[in-house]
Design a binder for this molecule. Structure first.
Ligand code: 3PG
Length: 482
């Protein structure tokens, strides 16, 4: 269909995939006065949106050609379908119905290498494409998400007013900005999720210390998270954790959280973050620990068997004074580890920006993460300020204000890690955060010995202090002693 043929079309934005996220985002757009269209193969999803959008400027279609014909040129169409081959099949199905110049947006959690490929393929065919990370879950999509669009900047400019209208706002500013070329948007969303995994793991370890170390009941654990969330640790993830510790099902005994199986699932974005970080040789151990710990949780029957072999080491009971002290130190430890986790994520973004030429502006990324998204937290304001003041900041832990805050939290961090280790309470992300920090602040790591070993058994050569770039080999076998 050419642009003249659909000149009477009224809808300014189309959504393919009317699951919870797609529907919510579309209704959000309609709330802001935009005439929008939705399409889904699934009749049940179509029926839900027809019902929910009946008093809003929302047209719902179960025919793809009719959906496409209802959109103004250049058409702006977002796909919110499961990542993977389904995205490619939707593109293949819709492309014959589109005109050159139309805009396709992938709003799902696609792997950034798929987005790079699709960006090139569609550009070669004359279509605009951009991959956009969306964070905030169902509530965010409905009331204001944080959005990370990357790719074709001309296409972004067309939909910018709609995205800015529906995004979450912080100090009146929308939590959406053009991220960068190619797959920059999906890459940044992936790292967002990696940080999310790290923070969730730290909160889970805190729960473990609170229930098995300090031996608090759920009511008291609720109070800890509630208090933390009212201070410098304020964040969306602590807020929902607080609520989880007060939730009882009506008619059921006890708290729902206690009845959940301790096996953590995932959809892959955390793993992708760790994989890419390894490929880029950029350490993010707190995030890696989170991914690995979800994996270990899946070996439930092995863990049950191991528990019968080794027994669960339990700490000695603490006195009330010790408990109170550990709670104060735990707040410091969480702060320290949270900062370290964000710092690793930002470091990965900086490295990827150079490696993939994404031209990322880290201050702007921190800015749009302050609201709407799952990792929104009071500390994002500190990150935003750090990169605003110094756009070439090499590492968040080198920002003077952040360094001061981290220094103050170090004693509590050390006590918590040591106490947990002595008590047999597993704290992989806390421990990884501390070791990362201790190596990072160490001008002399023991890596000279690694080089010696490599050269000894493999003649891999080494550099000498003060002679970087000059590689030498030694025959390390000592002379025989008579
Ligand atoms: C999501 O994409 O829904 C979450 O941000 C991450 O999901 P996961 O924990 O299932 O991987």
């Amino acid at each position: 269909m050419n642009p003249e043929q659909n000149s009477s079309a009224a809808n300014v934005f189309g959504m393919i995939g009317l699951g919870t996220m797609g529907r919510s985002l579309l209704l959000n757009m309609a709330d802001h006065g935009f005439a929008v269209a939705g399409y889904d193969k699934n009749a049940a999803q179509v029926a839900i949106l027809e019902q929910e959008g009946q008093h809003a400027p929302v047209s719902v279609f179960s025919s793809l050609p009719e959906f496409v014909a209802s959109l103004k040129s250049p058409r702006a169409i977002m796909m919110l379908v499961p990542a993977g081959p389904i995205v490619d099949s939707v593109i293949a199905e819709i492309l014959p119905l589109l005109d050159k110049g139309d805009i396709l947006i992938d709003g799902g959690n696609s792997h950034f290498t798929d987005t790079t490929r699709r960006d090139k393929e569609l550009a070669a065919k004359g279509f605009h494409f951009f991959g956009m990370g969306i964070s905030g879950g169902e509530e965010g999509a409905r009331r204001g998400p944080s959005m990370m669009p990357g790719g074709d900047i001309e296409a972004y400019k067309v939909v910018k007013p709609i995205l800015e209208a529906v995004a979450a706002k912080v100090n009146g500013e929308p939590c959406v900005t053009y991220i960068g070329p190619g797959a920059a948007g999906h890459f940044v969303k992936m790292v967002h999720n990696g940080i999310e995994y790290g923070l969730m793991q730290l909160i889970a370890e805190t729960y473990e210390i609170l229930r098995k170390g300090i031996r608090l009941e759920n009511e008291a654990i609720y109070q800890v998270f509630k208090t933390w969330n009212e201070g410098r640790l304020q964040s969306f993830l602590l807020e929902i954790t607080r609520d989880i510790f007060s939730y009882k099902e009506s008619g059921a005994d006890g708290y729902l959280v206690d009845r959940l199986l301790d096996v953590a699932r995932s959809k892959g974005t955390g793993k992708w973050t760790s994989q890419v970080a390894m490929d880029l040789e950029l350490p993010i151990p707190s995030i890696d620990a989170a991914v690995e710990t979800r994996d270990l949780s899946k070996y439930k029957s092995l863990r049950v068997e191991a528990a019968s072999v080794y027994g669960a080491e339990q700490p000695n009971g603490f006195t009330a004074v010790e408990q109170q002290q550990l709670l104060t130190q735990l707040e410091q430890a969480f702060y320290f580890s949270m900062v370290t986790t964000y710092a690793q994520g930002m470091h990965l973004l900086a490295k990827a920006s150079v490696a993939f030429d994404y031209q990322l502006q880290l201050d702007q990324i921190a800015k749009i993460w302050r609201g709407g998204c799952i990792i929104r937290a009071a500390f994002l304001e500190n990150i935003y300020n750090a990169y605003q003041q110094n756009p070439t900041l090499q590492h968040l832990l080198l920002d003077p204000q952040v360094a001061q805050l981290v220094q103050q939290a170090v004693p509590g961090m050390r006590t918590v890690v040591a106490t947990a280790a002595m008590s047999g309470v597993a704290i992989p992300a806390y421990a990884a955060s501390l070791s990362y920090f201790d190596n990072f602040r160490n001008a002399t790591m023991p890596s000279n010995l690694i080089q010696a070993q490599r050269d000894y058994f493999g003649a891999h050569t080494y550099e000498l202090i003060g002679k970087e770039g000059v590689f030498v080999h030694t025959n390390w076998v000592p002379d025989a002693i008579d």
